[in-house]
Design a protein around this ligand. Structure first.
Ligand code: ADP
Ligand code: MG
Length: 286
């Protein structure tokens, strides 16, 4: 491609809110075979809401909100919003600790307490009645977190995030080009699969710790060039590990730095537009 053609291509992208770092990135997009997506904030809106509480609502939401006060995770925001909406009293906590890919813990009135996923528990702690509830909620595409106090699970909170209205169309367009689509998430397998089914994603890799996301991207690269689309929350290394990192404009500063392409409008349909732009640029001048 001539420098002029590359400038025209990246210039067109910029006008559409698709910021392409340089000509090499624009060229690399042409060869992408697999597109890997983060879930929260990328495929979904990223503003999860509490939908169900199993157990004493005031006690469970109150304690959970106390624990989540120092967390910036989207699930924490959902729980804090619910406590505020229901005007629930939130206890003070000490010794707060974020447990990457698992949840949070702290001390309340001298007792250890936690909010998080199954990784924080042993299987024997979940009785069959609770198990049935969990499966039901997860199949409704709701993320279930456990609230524990001392040696007891005092309840469950189900939290739901919905796909962006354009995600399904965006994924269909990529599949029509013959590309493989993958979801890579730290969330539970059932929830991830339920969301993937809603938007038509081919393959789901779930229950992935933040530190393992880049390794999964590297593995997928064995089968052709990979683009990773994410918002930088937990996935900046995956953005860097991919052949092309595509960052949401709403993403973290580190995402914007790591991304070869920035989608200013946060619309996944722009991944397909970037592909079209690359094809146009590199076919015309050959
Ligand atoms: P994602 O890949 O969707 O960004 P994360 O790695 O951030 O996922 O989180 C994975 C899982 O860890 C969540 O679905 C949740 O079960 C648990 N988790 C992480 N942080 C928190 C938190 N602050 N409160 C409750 N649960 C959490
Ligand atoms: Mg995320």
């Amino acid at each position: 491609a001539t420098p002029t053609a590359l400038m025209v291509g990246t210039g067109r992208g910029a006008k559409m809110g698709i910021l392409i770092k340089n000509g090499e990135v624009l060229e690399e997009v042409n060869d992408i075979q697999t597109v890997v997506f983060d879930k929260t904030g990328t495929i979904t809106v990223g503003k999860p809401k509490v939908t169900d509480v199993i157990g004493d609502q005031a006690k469970i939401i109150g304690l959970a909100a106390g624990l989540e006060t120092s967390s910036e995770h989207p699930l924490a925001t959902a729980i804090l919003d619910q406590a505020q909406a229901l005007e629930i009293n939130v206890p003070q906590v000490t010794n707060f600790k974020a447990l990457e890919g698992r949840g949070v813990e702290a001390v309340v009135n001298g007792q250890r307490a936690f909010v998080g996923n199954q990784r924080l528990l042993t299987d024997s702690e979940i009785n069959s009645q609770l198990k049935a509830e969990i499966t039901r909620l997860q199949n409704e595409a709701k993320t279930v977190v456990f609230v524990g106090l001392g040696n007891e699970i005092i309840g469950l909170i189900a939290i739901q995030d919905t796909p962006k209205t354009t995600s399904k169309e965006a994924i269909a367009a990529l599949k029509a080009r013959g590309l493989k689509t993958v979801m890579l998430t730290g969330d539970n397998q059932h929830v991830a699969q339920a969301i993937a089914d809603q938007v038509g994603i081919d393959e789901v890799i779930a229950d992935v710790l933040p530190s393992d996301k880049a390794a999964h991207v590297a593995e997928l690269k064995a089968h052709g060039k990979v683009a990773f689309v994410g918002d930088g929350i937990n996935d900046a290394p995956a953005l860097t590990a991919a052949d092309v990192g595509i960052a949401m404009g709403s993403g973290t500063d580190i995402a914007i730095e790591s991304g070869g392409i920035i989608l200013v409008k946060n619309d996944l349909r722009d991944v397909d537009l970037a592909l079209a732009l690359s094809k146009k640029t590199f076919n015309r001048i050959r």
